[in-house]
Design a protein around this ligand. Structure first.
Ligand code: AMP
Ligand code: GLY
Length: 430
């Protein structure tokens, strides 16, 4: 069987790595991929959003399954185009991808189907939004409606901050058309966690829990990024909380999708705030989280290809999924300047010594080859991911591996997984 993975980040490297382990796979392609992916798959010079070129390749080369990594091709309708041509593809169609592609759609969907979320109002008029912000008072969260690469959400502690964010979105149009509508919502406090499921619209398979680290600096300080590290499992998601999430969040989503006649076949990622023991949905993504996919896929024991193919074919109920008891921690190494303008073209050294170690994977994100040399080419460069008997052991292994890696301006958080380790320590002392 031949598989095509679409995308070029750490998530796609992890997907390609795990898919290649399936005994049923003969060949994995990746479009466009990166330097790390090119070591284990054939990379194609096709952009992730060039739907026509991707479809042509799949038809010409008889690809058995296409797996879409990022959200942009999904919201642009890649699945609709492939299904029309009877090509097997993993991911939701355009109507399902609105769960991520439009925050207004997602919030209205949650309200309609009773999914717990922050109170909100949506606006397409700047003046009405400003009036509402002044009426409500801070703290408030201001969100651009459309895709903004994780940068369109502002948690505002004062009314002035909220109005500045509103201006940035609606007047200065910092995110273009994605900011023609905004969501103004209540600020929730608590602990965040990522909860992902696979679904074919009928069956739901929960994936291992994970927690992301969104901000660039230690102690959850500084601007938000795509994610600076993640670990799995997330101790905040206890067994009883998972039961609650399945009942109060996931079951109503599946019911809502069916009522709306949305035939969803892919991942649903719920970004949750756990507040007083209850889960509230902050956002949905219609794809695997990045970097959450890296530690989660390192813990997966089952055949990922079977799981994704069955999802795409609507036979998810036939699949059994098992996980390693081990924990995994992924620490992202980023370029100087990220998440703003960042440096590129810096030589990366030290990866050779880390190759072939079963419990360490260095997933590439923004890397490329320049005259045979491995260089940085993106904001997030590498995701150093380690497996250990518990989170503490996995963390130590990941940071030990990082001490061997170098590139100019290399930045990473030193506190990935500390929250989980602290939580587990407190619990064990109870
Ligand atoms: P989103 O892209 O919607 O997940 O938002 C990005 C980040 O903003 C989240 O991971 C949270 O840290 C924060 N956030 C979003 N919505 C809220 C909210 N209603 N209350 C508090 N924080 C929020
Ligand atoms: N790590 C958050 C995301 O994938 O959106």
């Amino acid at each position: 069987m031949k598989v095509l993975v679409i995308g070029s980040g750490g998530r796609e490297h992890a997907l390609v790595w795990k898919l290649s382990q399936s005994p049923r796979i003969d060949k994995v392609y990746c479009a466009p991929g990166n330097a790390g992916i090119s070591e284990i798959a054939e990379c194609l010079d096709i952009k992730a959003n060039d739907i026509d070129a991707l479809l042509n390749f799949v038809k010409y080369d008889w690809i058995d399954l296409t797996v879409v990594g990022p959200e942009a091709p999904l919201t642009a309708g890649i699945v609709d185009a492939f299904v029309k041509e009877e090509r097997r593809i993993f991911g939701p169609d355009k109507s399902g991808a609105r769960l991520e592609g439009s925050k207004v759609f997602a919030k209205d969907f949650m309200l309609k189907y009773g999914i717990p979320t922050a109170e909100y109002k949506t606006f397409s008029s700047y003046l009405h939004a400003e009036e509402y912000i002044r009426l409500k008072g801070a703290p408030l969260v201001i969100k651009a409606d459309g895709l903004a690469a994780g940068k369109g959400v502002f948690v505002c502690e004062t009314v002035d901050e909220a109005i500045d964010s509103l201006k940035l979105i609606m007047k200065e149009k910092a995110f273009g058309a994605a900011g023609s509508k905004v969501v103004v919502e209540q600020c929730l406090r608590g602990e965040e966690a990522s909860f992902m499921i696979l679904t074919d619209g009928k069956t739901v398979v929960p994936l291992a829990s994970a927690q992301d680290h969104k901000t660039i600096f230690d102690g959850d300080k500084g601007p938000n990024t795509g994610g600076m590290g993640a670990y799995s499992p997330a101790p905040v998601i206890t067994k009883s909380l998972q039961v609650k999430i399945m009942k109060t969040v996931i079951a109503p989503i599946i019911k809502g999708l069916s009522r709306e006649r949305i035939n969803y076949r892919g991942v649903i990622y719920a970004g949750l705030m756990i507040s007083n023991g209850k889960p509230y949905v902050l956002e949905f993504n219609c794809r695997f989280g990045d970097p959450e996919a890296q530690p989660i896929l390192m813990r997966l024991e089952s055949d990922l290809f079977e799981m994704l193919k069955a999802t795409a074919e609507g036979r998810l109920k036939e699949v059994k999924v098992s996980w390693k008891d081990d924990s995994a921690v992924c620490v992202v190494l980023s370029s100087k300047g990220y998440p703003d303008k960042y440096e590129k073209g810096k030589e990366i050294k030290g990866l050779e010594d880390l190759k072939g170690k079963k419990d360490i994977m260095v997933f590439h994100a923004g890397t490329s080859l320049n005259n045979g040399k491995l260089v940085t080419s993106g904001g997030r460069v590498l995701g150093v991911t380690a497996l250990g008997k518990d989170i503490s052991a996995a963390k130590d292994k990941a940071y030990d591996a990082i001490s061997k890696i170098h590139f100019d301006g290399m930045h990473y958080r030193k506190d990935i997984a500390d929250k989980a380790i602290k939580k587990l320590k407190v619990e064990s002392e109870k």
